[in-house]
Design a protein around this ligand. Structure first.
Ligand code: SF4
Ligand code: SF4
Length: 337
């Protein structure tokens, strides 16, 4: 059992170590007991480790690996022990499993899930979970009965999980962790976003938090009136209309792109600009995705496959422009420094 409100460890990569540790400590003061991070979130695990030092018994620690290979998962797990400063992880998740072939590979005899089940028997992890952005894969993962938690995007824009995934998770006694409660930073009205999610009594909500004021605001909100006012409901419907047709769920139904663009990564650029440090935005996989997005031929095939009818070509063009602007600003700053 954990607190309804958890802590998402992505954005603390962006701030100084001191600020990051301060935010996590503040969460502990607010009796937040669920802390989620990942091997892939650069400094996040280490900063959380420093913040919880001496208070390990107060938190349920969750981390994850994007690897699909037993040896590498094992090495990620040991790195997590070291960075977090612990000898047992409460919830170990297989990260971002969004296609059936990968799920099958993870579940095969002797595969990564079998490895984690063995590690669990040895007492080094306590529970096994999975995270996904693709609803059909997430449902299949829940049905497999090999995972104790499912982490899936859930907010009033991306609310598909409420229809079948969440009821299925209840049926299989699988804990539901709601990632992206603020739609990856797209929802500025925190009150509406949380009032929507708090209607669901049995989910854990993990906003990514980088500043103490943010966590204080959410805690104050949760202590107040949780029923939406008429005007908030109206605003929610308006935002659904405005953002629902622009918000990428990262489900990858639009693939394959005719020229190999990682569409969902490029579609998420506006959101990750707000959450990641510039060093990560302009090098590595995010930068590669945006450079590739610039090669879009506007063939339109992806749009025919997107179940949400997103104007992918238009959004990619906007994001490529935004990427170029932000990159020039970053480079200019580097020159000044
Ligand atoms: S419109 Fe662009 S992104 Fe979509 S399939 Fe064609 S080339 Fe790929
Ligand atoms: S563009 Fe559409 S199909 Fe592609 S990942 Fe986003 S929501 Fe899914």
């Amino acid at each position: 059992m954990v607190s309804r409100l958890g802590f998402g460890g992505i954005p603390i990569q962006r701030v100084s170590e001191e600020e990051a540790i301060g935010v996590v400590k503040r969460c502990l003061e607010h009796d937040i007991t669920f802390i989620d991070t990942a091997n892939a979130y650069t400094t996040s695990e280490e900063r959380i480790g420093k913040a919880i030092s001496g208070q390990r018994n107060k938190v349920i620690l969750a981390t994850k690996s994007t690897s699909r290979n037993n040896e590498e998962i094992n090495s990620h797990l040991h790195l997590s022990f070291k960075r977090l400063g612990v000898d047992c992880i409460d919830l170990y998740q297989l990260h971002n499993v969004s296609d059936f072939r990968t799920l099958e590979e993870l579940l095969q005899p002797g595969g990564p899930v079998a490895l984690l089940e063995q590690v669990k028997k040895e007492g080094k992890i306590r529970h096994i979970g999975i995270t996904s952005h693709q609803i059909d894969v997430a449902k299949e993962a829940v049905r497999s009965d090999r995972f104790e938690t499912i982490m899936f995007p859930f907010n009033f824009i991306t609310c598909e999980a409420a229809d079948e995934l969440l009821p299925l998770a209840r049926e299989h006694d699988v804990g539901f962790i709601a990632m992206k409660p603020l739609a990856g930073g797209m929802l500025a009205n925190v009150s509406i976003a949380f009032k929507f999610l708090l209607q669901f009594p049995d989910i854990v909500i993990i906003p990514g938090i980088e500043r103490i004021e943010e966590i204080d605001e959410i805690i104050a909100l949760m202590a107040g009136e949780l029923t939406m006012t008429d005007s908030e409901r109206e605003e929610m419907e308006q935002l659904r209309l405005e953002l629902g047709t622009r918000f990428c769920r990262r489900c990858d139904y639009c693939q394959p792109c005719t020229v190999g663009i990682p569409i969902s990564s490029a579609m998420g650029f506006r959101s990750i600009v707000k959450r990641l440090p510039p060093e990560r935005l302009f090098t590595g996989k995010f930068a590669d995705a945006m450079e590739e997005a610039a090669n879009c031929t506007e063939c339109g095939e992806c749009e025919e496959r997107c179940p949400y009818h997103l104007p992918i070509r238009e959004i990619l063009a906007e994001h490529v422009e935004l990427y170029r602007q932000e990159k020039s600003k970053f480079e200019a700053q580097l020159t000044v420094n």
